[in-house]
Design a protein around this ligand. Structure first.
Ligand code: PT1
Length: 280
């Protein structure tokens, strides 16, 4: 059974793991996941822990559709580091840091983070080297956020092939930089235009998640309340919980090892049932 060493805490993939989203941005796409004070973040984290969360994912830069991505590394650092320290002190769960910044990677690691989660797959200057120096596990996500025209949606011949090709290129870059394969988790990057896909692409990626899993790395799926659900149901983010549980269930059933969500209690129940059926 594969186990990851996350700064002294271990994560074992013997059941589906749930990652809880802790936004410390004032402008997250899902209003009730926006936090301001450290106290608010800690009380949300405490509830997630009671609800069975495995990983607490701290993000200080919003990648939501329409957010202005102009948060400086210093500003991000100011938001993220105190939260990482407080979570590490108060809880046993692995703390993951959702960042693309080399500076934030280094400082969050010093503050006790156990995992790096980068929607830009360590493409920003210095990020590969900073991550290599930490010895932490890294989530590499597919997106086109570093392309010159963000928001441009490509016509994929086969979106799954393109995503897999990109992820394997980033795996190679990591290996060259000294990040061994056993530290890597792959994520196809559900998220519509923000991550270079249409809702149809997101649906194809979920339908064919087995092909991403066939690359033989642990897979993380982050679909909670995202716009492709809205595109199918024509409902706002506030009314996408049931559908988020449906897609989390499908991803867990396909074998995704980590599900990234806002609604921990409900998702833990859903994936526990998937695991129970798998083990029956
Ligand atoms: C994700 C992810 C993430 N998503 C990982 N990290 C976000 N590893 C932040 C929408 O379409 O999937 N995997 N960090 C949040 N980004 C988005 C993108 C939120 C699109 C919402 C949408 O609504």
């Amino acid at each position: 059974m594969k186990t990851l060493n996350c700064a002294g805490k271990s994560l074992t993939f013997d059941r589906t793991l749930v990652m809880g989203v802790l936004n410390i941005t004032p402008d997250s796409f899902y209003e009730s996941s926006r936090y301001q004070s450290l106290d608010q973040v800690l009380s949300t984290a405490e509830q997630m822990v009671r609800d069975g969360v495995d990983i607490l994912d701290v993000g200080g830069e919003s990648t939501r559709p329409g957010a202005d991505g102009t948060v400086s590394s210093e500003q991000e650092l100011e938001r993220v580091v105190p939260v990482v320290e407080a979570l590490r002190t108060n809880f046993d769960q692995v703390v993951s840091v959702d960042t693309s910044s080399a500076l934030v990677i280094s400082e969050a690691s010093k503050a006790g983070a156990g995992m790096i989660n980068d929607v830009r797959a360590l493409l920003r200057p210095g990020a590969l080297e900073a991550a290599a120096a930490t010895s932490l596990p890294v989530v590499l996500m597919h997106s086109l956020v570093e392309q010159p025209e963000t928001g441009f949606v490509p016509q994929y011949d086969d979106v799954v092939s393109k995503v897999n090709e990109y992820l394997l290129q980033r795996v190679s870059a990591c290996e060259t930089a000294g990040i061994t394969r056993d530290r890597l988790i792959l994520d196809p990057g559900f998220g519509g235009g923000m991550f270079g896909k249409t809702p149809a692409h997101d649906l194809q990626l979920l339908k064919h998640l087995d092909r991403v899993l066939a690359l033989n790395f642990p897979v993380l799926a982050g679909m909670s309340r995202k716009s492709f659900i809205g595109a199918v149901l024509n409902k706002p983010a506030e009314q996408r919980l049931s559908a988020s549980l449906a897609v989390a269930t499908l991803a867990a059933r396909a074998g995704a090892q980590i599900i990234r969500v806002h609604d921990v209690a409900e998702t833990v129940d859903a994936v526990r049932m998937v695991d129970a059926v798998r083990n029956a």
